[in-house]
Design a protein around this ligand. Structure first.
Ligand SMILES: [Zn+2]
Ligand SMILES: [Zn+2]
Length: 315
C-alpha cells in the first residue's frame, strides 16, 4: 500500500517523501522572480547553448517556459539559434524573432511544397510572433490554401489563436486573448471577502437535480480598476453544481451584471446520494485565493502548473 505522507512545506497529503508539486512550482517561481538581470541573461544563454549544441530543447525546457511566463524574456537570440538549427518547437521561442527570420519563415509557408508538419509548426511560431506581415500572410493562406493545407486539421485562423489573435470571415483582425494579466495569489479568507475575483463561493442554494450545494465557481467584480480591461460593468457570477457539471454537457448559468445568476441544470445528471461532493465543495470554498495587486506577463499562468490568472494566456 502507498504510504500517505505530508508535504514538508505546506503539509498537504502526498504519496512520496518531499514537497508537493504545487510547492515545487511556487519555489521555482519565487527563484525566477528574484533572479537578477545578469543571472537571467546567463540562463537565456544556457538555453541558447543547448539549442546550438543539440538542435533541441529538452534539458532546459522547463526553465525556458518559466523564464517566459514569469519574466517575459526577450527571445531574439533564442529565435536566431532555433532557426539556425531548424527547431520550431516550442513556438514561443519565436515571440521576439527578428524580421529577417520571420520573413524567411513566411517564405517557407507560402511554398506549396513545404512539409505539412513543418508548415503547422511554422504557423504556430508565426502566430506567437504576430504582427502585420504575419496577419496578412495568414489571410492569404486562408483564402488561397497551399498544398500542405490538405494534411492539416485546421485553418491558419485557428493557429493564430495560439498567439492570442485571429480574424473573422471578412478578414477583420480579432484579439482572442486579453493582453492584461493578473494572477490569483494566496491571501487570507478575510482578504478573499474583499477580492474582486473569488474562486469557489457557496451560494446557500442546492441543485434541483442532485441536491449538492451550488457554488459560484468564479465571481468577478468588473468595477475594480484592475479589471477594467474585461469590460464587465457589474458583477458576474458563474454558478454551477460541481457534481452535475461532470456528468452533463448541457448545464447553463445565466448571469446578469447586477450580480445575480441563475442556474439551469442539464439533462442526464441525477446523482442522488450525498457523496464526497459536499466535502469537495467545502474544500473548494475554503481556498483563499485573491486577485494579485500588480499585473504580470501574459503567460504567467499559461503552463499546466502555473496557477490561475484573470486575463493573459490560459493553459
Ligand atoms: Zn506543498
Ligand atoms: Zn447537481
Amino acid at each position: 500500500m502507498v504510504k500517505i505522507q505530508h508535504c514538508k512545506q505546506c503539509g498537504r497529503k502526498i504519496f512520496f517523501d518531499g514537497i508537493c508539486v504545487a510547492c515545487q512550482t511556487e519555489n521555482e517561481r519565487e527563484r525566477i522572480l528574484a533572479m537578477p538581470k545578469e543571472e537571467l541573461a546567463a540562463a537565456v544563454q544556457s538555453i541558447c547553448r543547448e539549442i546550438m549544441e543539440t538542435g533541441d530543447l529538452e534539458e532546459h525546457w522547463g526553465l525556458f517556459k518559466n523564464l517566459l511566463g514569469y519574466r517575459d524574456i526577450d527571445t531574439t537570440e533564442l529565435a536566431k539559434a532555433a532557426f539556425q538549427k531548424g527547431l520550431f518547437y516550442p513556438s514561443e521561442l519565436y515571440k521576439d524573432a527578428p524580421d529577417d527570420i520571420t520573413a524567411k519563415m513566411l517564405e517557407m509557408v507560402m511554398e506549396d511544397g513545404t512539409d505539412p508538419m513543418l508548415a503547422g509548426k511554422l504557423l504556430l511560431c508565426l502566430a506567437v510572433h504576430g504582427g502585420e506581415d504575419v496577419f496578412q500572410a495568414f489571410l492569404e493562406l486562408e483564402r488561397h490554401p497551399r498544398k500542405w493545407r490538405e494534411k492539416l486539421y485546421a485553418n491558419p485562423s485557428v493557429h493564430a489563436t495560439y498567439g492570442g489573435w485571429s480574424y473573422d470571415k471578412d478578414g477583420n483582425y480579432l484579439e482572442t486573448n486579453f493582453k492584461e494579466c493578473y494572477p490569483m495569489v494566496k491571501g487570507t479568507l478575510e482578504e478573499k471577502k474583499k477580492s474582486p475575483v473569488k474562486i469557489g463561493v457557496k451560494t446557500g442554494e442546492t441543485c434541483p437535480s442532485c441536491g449538492c450545494a451550488l457554488v459560484n465557481l468564479m465571481e468577478i467584480d468588473g468595477s475594480d480598476p484592475r479589471l477594467s480591461f474585461l469590460g464587465i460593468s457589474g458583477t458576474a457570477k458563474a454558478k454551477c453544481c460541481p457534481d452535475c457539471l461532470i456528468y452533463s454537457d448541457s448545464t447553463f448559468c445565466r448571469y446578469e451584471v447586477n450580480g445575480e445568476s441563475r442556474y439551469f441544470p442539464g439533462e442526464g445528471c441525477s446523482m442522488a446520494e450525498d457523496g464526497p461532493e459536499d466535502q469537495w465543495v467545502e474544500e473548494l470554498a475554503s481556498n483563499c485565493y485573491v486577485l494579485g495587486k500588480d499585473p504580470v506577463p501574459p503567460r504567467y499562468a499559461a503552463d499546466w502548473e502555473g496557477g490561475s490568472s484573470v486575463g493573459g494566456f490560459g493553459f
